[in-house]
Design a protein around this ligand. Structure first.
Ligand code: SIN
Length: 286
């Protein structure tokens, strides 16, 4: 598809495209926003390089695509209630988002978009992997697709943020205080969503359940469900569905959280990584 206001290059990998010719720190005209929106629906994740974004500018750009949402488990930066800092210090061991997932799928209305901006990144490592859950779904057999579509999942933050969740125990050990908590009741909550969701804007179906956020398939045990979740994760993370993004300071990734999985690689021990993240409110998965 050709664009009048932006350049879109999809050579980066099986999914996603690099967009150039736009300065995201400035207010954007409606035609430019429309072009970015349509490229985003087509490519699922857009990458912008060499941007200079304050938290206010990042939040303004995100707000062109819908109402901004607040992340329940982390304090925002002082400048904007909608921007959270994702920081891994050089001496920390655990990173944020270091497993295949879609963001906060345990909410009744999970975000439709995530915009992640690189403030400081290691010279080597700290890349993020993005997997196309629509193409992965389409590659399953018709019988498997039909079975998956008939099942509901029980989604919850508790595996990660709950009392016995991974972040809670690591945060305590690393003196991160309440950095990963602060919303104890919600951290134990559960919500029902389909395993496969239909995109509200494109009508495409995508794998949606994930190991860290889906406790079980409704009516199944966790062990039984994990067999399916592990299979789906292995399937959707095959090379043919995955693009690896190498960050530079000033890079921004904007992904469609309804149809993309991602995984932040934790391979830069001894170096600091500092990102700013904004999420845009989405619909209830159907
Ligand atoms: C996230 O899971 O939203 C963070 C991903 C990253 O830091 O690369």
């Amino acid at each position: 598809m050709s664009h009048a206001h932006i350049s879109v290059d999809n050579q980066i990998g099986p999914v996603g495209a690099v967009v150039s010719g736009v300065d995201l720190s400035q207010p954007l005209a409606r035609e430019v926003i429309q072009e970015i929106h349509s490229a985003w629906l087509q490519h699922h994740v857009l990458f912008f390089r060499d941007q200079d974004l304050s938290p206010t500018a990042q939040a303004r750009f995100a707000s062109y695509f819908g109402e901004l949402d607040q992340y329940p488990f982390m304090q925002p930066v002082d400048e904007s209630a909608f921007v959270i800092p994702i920081i891994k210090e050089a001496d920390a061991t655990m990173n944020f988002g270091g497993d295949w997932h879609t963001d906060t799928s345990y909410k009744a209305y999970p975000p439709k978009a995530t915009l992640l901006y690189a403030v400081e990144v290691p010279q080597e490592g700290g890349d993020t992997l993005f997997a196309d859950a629509t193409a992965a779904y389409a590659a399953l057999s018709p019988a498997m697709r039909a079975a998956l579509e008939s099942w509901q999942g029980i989604y919850s933050p508790k595996l990660v943020h709950g009392q016995s969740g991974d972040y809670k125990s690591v945060a305590a050990k690393q003196n991160l205080g309440d950095a990963y908590g602060g919303n104890a009741e919600f951290a134990e909550s559960e919500v029902e969503h389909p395993l496969i969701r239909t995109h509200e804007e494109t009508g495409n179906k995508s794998i949606y359940c994930s190991k860290p956020h889906t406790i079980n398939i409704k009516g199944w045990t966790r062990d039984e469900s994990l067999a399916i979740f592990r299979f789906l994760t292995k399937h959707l993370t095959k090379d043919e569905f995955v693009t690896r993004f190498k960050w530079q300071p000033g890079s921004l990734a904007m992904w469609d959280n309804r149809c993309m999985f991602h995984n932040a690689l934790n391979d830069y021990q001894g170096h600091r990584r500092h990102m700013h993240r904004v999420i845009v409110k989405g619909e209830r998965p159907q």
